[in-house]
Design a protein around this ligand. Structure first.
Ligand code: FES
Ligand code: FES
Length: 173
């Protein structure tokens, strides 16, 4: 039995330690916002945060997440109001939508590290694949979130057991 902290809530899971975290999220816990694409850490559809850093959960052993804070698209904000989500909506970024939870998590992690990223920073950090080719809108939305999301670079938004939005401070200013 392993204990996981996901979106501020504690979960006990009885799986093999090396089972990919994505399988646990989707199949054991029913959190289907995180998507399966390639299964080999190439596409980024399965991106979640571990302690605020993006990881590809299809290739991340569940045992490695024990003792860390896992954030999925379901917990990035309580009601879809994280600055990245707001910018995504404002610019109608998604097309089919399949890659977008991974894109949003990757973008939120980028903005936490770099509150005012350049195009080059975005190109370097955003290696997630979008088969619909929404890359230009993704880039524009990250710039918009950087402008409108005051504090996005210094806060991880999480939801507590009680459903409260927790702004967890990070060391990045
Ligand atoms: S499904 Fe994990 S990177 Fe593609
Ligand atoms: S919006 Fe369709 S794969 Fe990205």
């Amino acid at each position: 039995m392993m204990k996981l902290n996901i979106n501020g809530k504690s979960h006990q899971v009885d799986v093999e330690p090396e089972m990919p975290l994505l399988w646990v999220l989707r199949d054991q816990l029913g959190m289907t916002g995180t998507k399966f694409g390639c299964g080999i850490a190439q596409c980024g559809a399965c991106t979640v945060h571990i302690n605020g850093e993006p990881v590809r959960s299809c290739s991340y052993p569940t045992s490695a997440a024990v003792g860390s804070k896992v954030t999925t698209i379901e917990g990035l904000s309580k009601d879809g109001t994280h600055p990245v989500q707001m910018a995504w909506k404002a610019l109608d970024v998604p097309q089919c939508g399949y890659c977008q939870s991974g894109q949003i998590l990757a973008a939120a992690a980028l903005l936490r590290r770099k509150p005012r990223p350049t195009d080059a920073d975005i190109d370097e950090a955003m290696t997630n694949i979008c088969r619909c080719g929404t890359y230009q809108r993704i880039r524009a939305a990250i710039h918009l979130a950087a402008k409108t999301g005051k504090g996005v670079g210094s806060v991880i938004h999480m939801v507590s057991d009680a459903g409260e939005l927790i702004d967890q401070q990070t060391t990045q200013a």
